[in-house]
Design a binder for this molecule. Structure first.
Ligand SMILES: *Cc1c(COP(=O)(O)O)cnc(C)c1O
Length: 404
């Protein structure tokens, strides 16, 4: 069944020493670690296949193209998209959101309304503000509650016939809150709006079924789910992607080019200008295969135990306050200790070989809501252990004793 020691042996970095101690890696919400099975795919690509895809008649190019398109198919199957060409390979979540926001420039009119949530990562805020500046559309915000959940009654009141797009994250990276995206998607559709889901933080923990969810767009990054950095996917419904103009012009995205007129390639190539991160795309597929072998049900069950264990342990530390207490959350704990700056605790934990994140976690509006400069965030993965959480708790206690 689920053998964490066996899983840990797949991740070479986990046996590293940091500051003279064995590494405790609790910054999984920023990026996850990479198993040998994925590292080997990258090495194999540059050792055996390296060549440009979709272009050559020669053998290497054909094999590289096949591997890249097989990865797209793996991604399609993992997310249960209807067609492989609805999967656009991008540089990551940020690029996927910018691609959509850029595409809507010619589709919006002044007075159109867009709905965002108070729990968003900056990459799901700023591109939409830029879109509003270009088009005269207006941004409305679903507020958050003290528990770190969305105020869905206000959402209902924001929706109207001027609403064109709604964008929320599936899971908040700062607090771990799992948002009710099924309800958000259904209500937005009933009012004629389209929905983009930022799945960057959900996909390491949850296997979304895009046809059941009925999301119009869904974006994620490979590096949060055991894959490499600089690659990700944008899912879009075929009919919607066909309506959107291309994002970048260049090679690979065209059907014909003359100086009079250029016609664009079909999906997915219309949105994939230039030479992509080929090794990264192939490794993205391998990462999903690896995680599916571990099993998302096993991952969810084990991480829920880690979260419970850590929450109960940390709650006993005097003066420690946890931010984000949604009953439905992933294995993330954002916290502060009264009277101590998060950075000071983070630095002392680093001295002990414990990697956590401190700061606003690219979600400043959440910090403003709580009127704090930032938090310490410990985010867990299926390769973490209860002993590591014991070390975190002891480390925080020691840091607090040193700083008070
Ligand atoms: C990490 C993250 C992003 C940004 O992902 P990139 O890989 O940096 O583009 C966006 N949204 C959420 C919720 C995230 O966790």
């Amino acid at each position: 069944m689920f053998d964490v020691n066996k899983i840990r042996s797949d991740f070479p970095i986990l046996s590293r020493q940091v500051n003279g101690q064995s590494l405790v890696y609790f910054d999984n919400a920023a990026t996850s670690q990479t198993p040998t099975q994925v590292i080997d795919v990258i090495i194999d690509y540059y050792t055996r296949l390296n060549s440009n895809i979709h272009r050559g008649v020669h053998k290497l190019s054909q094999e590289a193209t096949e591997a890249y398109e097989a990865a797209r198919k793996t991604i399609q199957q993992h997310f249960n998209a209807l067609y492989a060409h609805e999967i656009i390979l991008t540089a990551g979540t940020t690029e996927g959101i910018n691609l959509i926001a850029s595409g809507y420039t010619s589709l919006l009119n002044p007075g159109d309304e867009l709905i965002i949530s108070a729990l968003e990562h900056h990459s799901n805020i700023v591109p939409w503000q830029m879109l509003c500046d270009r088009t005269g559309a207006q941004l409305k915000v679903i507020p958050m509650t003290a528990m770190g959940t969305l105020d869905m009654e206000v959402f209902d009141s924001l929706l109207n016939d001027k609403t064109r797009l709604v964008f929320v994250n599936h899971v908040s990276n700062a607090l771990g809150t799992v948002n009710p995206i099924e309800e958000i998607i259904a209500k937005a559709h009933a009012s004629g709006a389209e929905v983009l889901i930022d799945g960057a933080q959900a996909c390491p923990h949850i296997k979304p079924d895009l046809q059941v969810l009925n999301a119009d767009y869904y974006v994620t990054s490979a590096h949060k789910l055991c894959g490499p950095t600089g690659v990700g996917m944008l899912y879009g419904k075929e009919a919607l992607l066909n309506k959107l103009p291309p994002y970048q012009g260049g090679g690979e995205m065209i059907a014909t080019v003359t100086f009079e007129k250029t016609t664009y390639a079909d999906l997915p190539h219309k949105f994939e200008a230039g030479t992509p991160n080929i090794a990264g795309g192939i490794a993205f597929g391998a990462a999903l295969e690896y995680m599916n072998r571990v099993g998302f049900e096993n991952i969810a069950a084990y991480e829920a135990q880690l979260l419970d264990y850590a929450t109960n342990g940390l709650k006993n530390i005097p003066g420690l306050k946890i931010y984000g207490e949604s009953p439905n959350k992933t294995a993330v704990i954002s916290f502060n200790v009264e009277g101590i700056h998060p950075y000071d605790i983070g630095s002392i934990l680093d001295q002990m070989g414990i990697a956590v994140r401190t700061g606003h976690h690219c979600a400043q509006p959440i910090m403003d809501f709580y009127e704090i400069p930032g938090t310490i965030r410990a985010s867990f993965s299926f390769y973490n252990t209860f002993e590591e959480i014991d070390r975190l708790e002891a480390g925080i206690r020691r840091a607090v004793a040193m700083l008070q």
